[in-house]
Ligand binder design. Structure first.
Ligand SMILES: [Zn+2]
Length: 93
């Protein structure tokens, strides 16, 4: 579970999905601006993006077959899951 590094309140699991290296999110309890650890963000983005290219290519090649759509959904879910799990929040100065 993600926690605010300032007030230790819980951060909704979907918040890091909107977190990039260029923006931050606000803690809804204390209002602090938080950003993700850039290294971890890049790692998730890099792996997710790399896999995503393969997944989308496969989807296109297979003419949007049932199996490929399933793999695509699985990929989206795992990227979301990974960002919720591995994002490390830091207080933005
Ligand atoms: Zn907070």
């Amino acid at each position: 579970m993600l926690m605010c590094p300032n007030c230790k309140s819980k951060i909704p699991f979907w918040k890091p999905w909107f977190l990039t290296n260029f923006n931050g999110i606000n803690c809804s309890t204390c209002g602090k601006k938080l950003s993700g650890n850039k290294k971890i963000n890049s790692l998730i983005g890099g792996i997710g993006g790399g896999l995503g290219t393969l997944v989308l290519l496969n989807l296109y090649k297979s003419n949007f077959s049932f199996g490929s759509v399933g793999i695509t959904v699985l990929w989206i879910l795992s990227v979301c899951f990974a960002s919720s799990l591995f994002t490390k929040l830091e207080i933005k100065e």
